[in-house]
Design a binder for this molecule. Structure first.
Ligand SMILES: Nc1nc2c(ncn2[C@@H]2O[C@H](COP(=O)(O)OP(=O)(O)OP(=O)(O)O)[C@@H](O)[C@H]2O)c(=O)[nH]1
Ligand SMILES: [Mg+2]
Length: 682
């Protein structure tokens, strides 16, 4: 702490604010507001200098240059917004089970839900930040007796008024009870965007049919609970020492494969998944409980990618690179996607030989958040492809217990149907009946294109040809060509050709010709009448043989694949690593528009977020850390001047040069705006 008295001080200006109401609630994250977000002003940055090595020596300010003081600017937001506080009871927790009820009735709900309702719900959810307020309030209670330094003025009562958020009506309205994870339903802004993205291809398809195999969801891990400052007070135990417990860890977000799901349709209703936040620490060395995890259930065959944040200012260049995070194929597979935020340390953790009475505690770390793109690729062994109306669904209905819609017009099948074909007790295969393919399908004509990617996972294909078509050979060629154009990998898969509708005289007559044409190409076609169940067994036996060969050939590779994917927590590990960046890795920019200095670094940002400004020692620690990690020095080298705005993480401060070394806030400032209820720092 010696460096503080010599050099720089960051003194939250909130200390100089006339009432203590806002001071108590002031959160650094709210101080800078959205427009102050350093990331958003990157475009206007004039200079970019790295903290180490790349610093350009700049003339140091004349005024003093020795001692400096930072002063925090007052927050702009109104913290007495009762609507925000109303949801501070929300405890997000418990597993999210995507029940069937989510699926049912989507069609009606999607159209009728008002946008305003959704916005309101989103606001309520976002205000879970206000749990800090709740936590702080409880901390204050602990120290009610030590209030020698407290202003019991009217403002305090205002505080209390603000805290009358036991208005459970709002909570009830939101439909969220304690111990429940939160999912919002209906059409969302991001959902609209999602539809826009694929709307071009899927124009004319009913809303409920769209996106069933693609979804965009928002996941957020729970914030850590706050640590508290407390001291042991007991009869006959003088100087009991610090006893503030640590906050609990926030809940994790998992993605798990649910074997009973076969589409991503439930995500049209439920987009947001938030894990519960950790409980705050308490006196008597009691640590807070861990937040409850959220498990997002997906269908087997779901590919998870990181999505571009909805509303982000990133230039949308259409096919932006999306990293595949996970491929979840087998029921029961579970991946940790987002780890919960760390709990803040209580003052017991800060006890040291030098400081036996620490009056400092940390906020819990904010849980990471992310938008995820989910894409479902069916895990079928065999795919039935062919032109529209060829009899694909009829074939599936005959060989399995599936009951797809069958009708005498093209595009009866809009979504793939799955059926299980069993020859014996242990010889089964999953067969998918796909929507018909048209010429130009690879360019997006018709419906089949959207679903062709499902065949990427199939081991073999059955190509059904409509024998009653004017020229079955041409129809066969056209579909083959589409497959090849869409993906050479699909075209290389082993396949069986089934010439259908042999019961019709027309088809029967064309059969010899068709067979000869294909034989000339080295393909031995099968003929059948799906309606009459003639010849279907041969077709299916033949494709099963292909499948067996494929399975045998891939048995070894599959074993290796499963082993490699046993631990699916790599996403969380990566995120954790990014968040735990060293505190002395930062960059300093100067915004050309606002002329503010931005100090940007993941480690620093996390430090600022976890600093609880209500405790006096936090200021000291903050200044000490900024000094120790070289921020002050770098700023001075770059030519920061008296009165300049400096934004560190999400904290906005004003740089003050001072001629004398003791530029702490005056005593009067401290007492008039004091907000702490424990022994004053001397
Ligand atoms: N006569 C006769 N009609 C058949 C046969 N197989 C299917 N059909 C008829 O052909 C029509 C289309 O059958 P679907 O099974 O719906 O054809 P599909 O290939 O699934 O068609 P889409 O889903 O639209 O691509 C229906 O009217 C069936 O009854 C058959 O072997 N003989
Ligand atoms: Mg069909």
């Amino acid at each position: 702490m010696a460096s503080i008295s010599i050099n720089c001080f960051f003194t939250p200006q909130a200390l100089a604010r006339p009432t203590r109401t806002k001071k108590i609630f002031a959160k650094p994250s709210n101080v800078s507001g959205k427009t102050r977000n350093p990331r958003k002003t990157n475009l206007h940055r004039e200079a970019e200098l790295k903290s180490r090595g790349g610093d350009k020596p700049q003339p140091v300010s004349d005024a003093g240059g020795e001692a400096t003081t930072y002063t925090r600017l007052p927050p702009r937001e109104d913290f007495s917004d009762v609507s925000l506080l109303s949801s501070s009871y929300l405890n997000f927790s418990e597993e999210v089970k995507l029940s069937e009820s989510n699926v049912a009735g989507v069609e009606e709900n999607v159209d009728t839900l008002g946008e305003n309702d959704e916005e309101d719900k989103e606001k309520e959810a976002k205000s879970d930040d206000d749990e800090d307020i709740w936590g702080n309030y409880r901390v204050l209670d602990v120290f009610e007796g030590n209030s020698g330094l407290i202003d019991e003025d009217d403002d305090d009562y205002e505080d209390d008024e603000v805290f009358e958020y036991g208005d459970e009506t709002d909570v009830e309205k939101s439909g969220v009870k304690d111990g429940e994870a939160i999912c919002f339903s209906g059409e969302e802004e991001e959902e609209e965007e999602q539809e826009d993205e694929i709307g071009v291809k899927e124009k004319g398809v009913p809303a409920v049919m769209r996106c069933f195999d693609r979804a965009k969801i928002y996941v957020k891990a729970g914030d850590g609970g706050n640590g508290v400052v407390a001291f042991r007070r007991e009869k006959f135990v003088p100087f009991g020492g610090p006893s503030g417990g640590d906050g609990g860890r926030g809940g994790n977000v998992y993605v798990e494969v649910d074997g009973s799901m076969n589409s991503l349709l439930p995500f049209r209703k439920s987009v947001h998944f938030r894990a519960g936040r950790g409980e705050h620490g308490r006196g008597k060395m009691q640590s807070g409980a861990k937040g409850v995890d959220v498990v997002v259930k997906v269908a087997p065959g779901t590919v998870v990618r990181q999505a571009r944040e909805v509303g982000s200012e990133a230039v949308d260049d259409g096919e932006e690179e999306k990293e595949v995070l996970l491929e979840l194929l087998h029921p029961g597979q579970r991946a940790l996607v987002l780890p919960g935020g760390r709990g803040g340390r209580g003052n017991a953790s800060f006890k040291s030989g030098m400081n036996k009475v620490p009056r400092i505690a940390e906020n819990g770390e904010e849980g990471p958040e992310m938008w995820l793109d989910l894409e479902l690729k069916l895990v079928a062994d065999v795919g039935i492809v062919g032109a529209p109306n060829a009899g694909k669904s009829t074939l599936l209905s005959v060989i399995s217990a599936a009951q797809p819609t069958i009708a005498n017009y093209p595009f009866t099948t809009l979504l793939p149907n799955l059926g299980v074909v069993s020859f014996d007790y242990d010889s089964t295969m999953v067969v998918a009946d796909l929507p018909g393919l048209l010429e130009g399908a690879h360019r997006g004509f018709g419906l089949g294109h959207e679903f062709l990617r499902h065949t990427e996972r199939c081991s073999a294909l059955v190509h059904v040809v409509d024998g009653s078509a004017p020229q079955p050979e041409l129809e066969f060629e056209a579909v083959r060509l589409e497959l090849e154009l869409f993906s050479p990998e699909i075209a290389e898969k082993p396949y069986v050709v089934a010439y259908n509708k042999m019961d019709l005289p027309d088809a029967y007559e064309k059969w010899p010709m068709f067979r000869e044409t294909l034989r000339a190409r080295g393909i031995e076609p099968f003929c059948m009448s799906a309606v009459q169940r003639d010849g279907t067994h041969e077709v299916i036996s033949s494709v099963y043989e292909l499948l067996k060969k494929y399975r045998e050939a891939n048995a070894e590779a599959k074993g290796l694949y499963d082993q490699a994917n046993e631990n699916l927590d790599h996403v969380a590990k990566k995120i954790d690593k990014e968040r735990r960046a060293a505190i002395n890795e930062f960059k300093i920019f100067r915004d050309s528009g606002t002329r503010a200095w931005h100090v940007v670094g993941a480690g620093l940002q996390r430090f600022v977020q976890m600093t609880n400004w209500r405790y006096m020692d936090s200021d000291k620690r903050f200044q000490h850390v900024l000094d120790a990690c070289g921020v002050n020095k770098s700023l001075k080298n770059m030519g920061v001047k008296e009165g300049d705005t400096v934004i560190v993480g999400e904290m906005e401060l004003v740089w003050h040069d001072s001629a004398n070394g003791s530029s702490r806030p005056t005593e009067s400032n401290k007492t008039s705006t004091d907000s702490v209820r424990w022994p004053q720092w001397k």
